[in-house]
Design a binder for this molecule. Structure first.
Ligand code: FES
Ligand SMILES: [Fe+2]
Length: 324
C-alpha cells in the first residue's frame, strides 16, 4: 500500500508565522508545586510552574545569563525561586526578576527571566503569544463551564498531532458539505448566525432536522482567536462542552487537544452513555478529517461554489490573528 508523506509546510501553505492568541501549553494537573515542567511549543521551549501563591506561570526555558535550559540537569524551583543548573543564578518565580548571583554582587544591568502572560482555564494552562511580544490584547473566553464549575464532570481527554495547515483545521468547522460527503452524515448543522465577541467569535447553529434522533436541540461554537474553541451542545437530556485547543509544536505540526465535559446527570451510567456517544462520534470525525487534512494544501484562492459554507467569512476573521 502506498503511503503519502505530507509535503513540507512551506510548500503547502504561505509562511505566515504563528497567530497571536492564547495557547494551551499544559494541563493544570501536570504543573506541580515546586517543580518545573519543560514544554516545547511554537518552535521554542518554555517552563511551566507555580509561583508561591499557586498561580501557574510560563517563562522562557533559557537562562538569560548564558542560555542554559532551566529544567536541564538539576535546574529547579526552590523557595519561590528558579535556580539555574549552570551557575546557580536565581530568579523570582512570580515575576522573573534576578534575585541572587552566588558569586557576584554586581548584576549585569537589566536582566531577568522572560515571563509570558498565563491564565488557567478549566484544567488548562494558557499562554499568551504574539510574534512581536507584548501584553495580551484580549482575555480567553468564558464558557458555561468556566462561569460555573458546579455539576460538571470531565469525561475524557484526547490528543492528536496533526500536519494539517493550522488555519485549515478550523476552516473545517465552516465546511458543511464535508460533514455529509466525508463523514457520511445524514445532514449538517445549519449555520444560524456568526457574531463577533471581545475574545473572538461565536457561531450559532440550527440543528439539521435529520439529526434530531441524537436529541441535540442546540449547538454553538465559541472561539478565542483561532487557538481555542468551545463547542456547546444542548440536548433534551444533556449538556456537553468540548474544548478544542490548537498549539503548534513547530512549522510542520500542531497538537489538537480536546476535552469533553458533561453536565452531571446524577447517574454515572448516564454520564458514561452521554460521554461515550459524544466522544465516539467526535473521534470518528476527527480521525476521518485528519486522513484528508494532514496532507492538504492551503489554497489561497479555493474555487468555492454555492453551498460551500462561509469559508471566506472565516478566513477574514482568521486573518486578523496572523500578524506577520
Ligand atoms: S546560564 Fe544560567 S546561571 Fe549561567
Ligand atoms: Fe470534519
Amino acid at each position: 500500500m502506498s503511503r503519502i508523506e505530507p509535503l513540507p509546510m512551506r510548500l503547502r501553505a504561505p509562511a505566515q508565522g504563528f497567530p497571536k492568541g492564547w495557547y494551551r501549553v499544559a494541563d493544570a494537573g501536570e504543573v506541580l508545586p515546586d517543580a518545573l515542567l519543560p514544554v516545547s511549543w511554537l518552535n521554542d521551549q518554555f517552563i511551566v510552574f507555580r509561583a508561591a501563591d499557586g498561580q501557574a506561570q510560563v517563562a522562557d526555558a533559557f537562562c538569560p545569563h548564558m542560555g542554559a535550559h532551566l529544567a536541564s540537569h538539576d535546574g529547579c524551583l526552590r523557595n519561590g525561586r528558579i535556580v539555574c543548573p549552570f551557575h546557580k543564578w536565581e530568579f523570582d518565580a512570580a515575576g522573573g526578576a534576578l534575585a541572587h548571583i552566588p558569586y557576584s554582587a554586581l548584576p549585569p544591568g537589566e536582566v531577568g527571566l522572560k515571563m509570558h502572560a498565563t491564565r488557567e482555564l478549566d484544567g488548562m494552562v494558557l499562554m499568551w503569544y504574539h510574534p512581536h511580544g507584548g501584553t495580551p490584547e484580549f482575555e480567553p473566553f468564558e464558557t458555561p463551564l468556566s462561569r460555573n464549575q458546579d455539576g460538571w464532570v470531565l469525561y475524557g481527554v484526547k490528543e492528536w498531532i496533526t500536519t494539517c495547515p493550522m488555519r485549515d483545521m478550523l476552516e473545517n468547522l465552516f465546511d458543511g458539505p464535508h460533514i455529509v460527503y466525508l463523514h457520511n452524515s445524514g445532514g449538517a448543522p445549519v449555520l444560524k448566525s456568526i457574531a463577533r465577541t471581545p475574545y473572538g467569535m461565536r457561531v450559532d447553529y440550527d440543528q439539521d432536522p435529520s439529526q434530531t434522533d441524537a436529541g441535540v436541540t442546540g449547538f454553538r461554537s465559541d472561539f478565542t482567536g483561532i487557538t481555542l474553541n468551545a463547542q456547546i451542545f444542548e440536548g433534551t437530556a444533556f449538556t456537553t462542552q468540548f474544548y478544542n485547543t490548537f498549539t503548534p509544536i513547530d512549522d510542520e505540526r500542531f497538537v489538537l487537544h480536546s476535552r469533553l465535559h458533561i453536565k452531571d446527570s446524577g447517574s454515572a451510567e448516564i454520564n458514561e452513555a452521554i460521554g461515550k456517544a459524544f466522544t465516539d462520534r467526535f473521534m470518528f470525525e476527527v480521525e476521518q478529517d485528519l486522513k484528508v487534512l494532514d496532507y492538504k494544501r492551503h489554497l489561497v484562492k479555493p474555487r468555492l461554489c454555492a453551498g460551500d459554507g462561509p469559508i471566506h467569512q472565516y478566513r477574514k476573521y482568521a486573518a486578523e490573528f496572523f500578524v506577520d
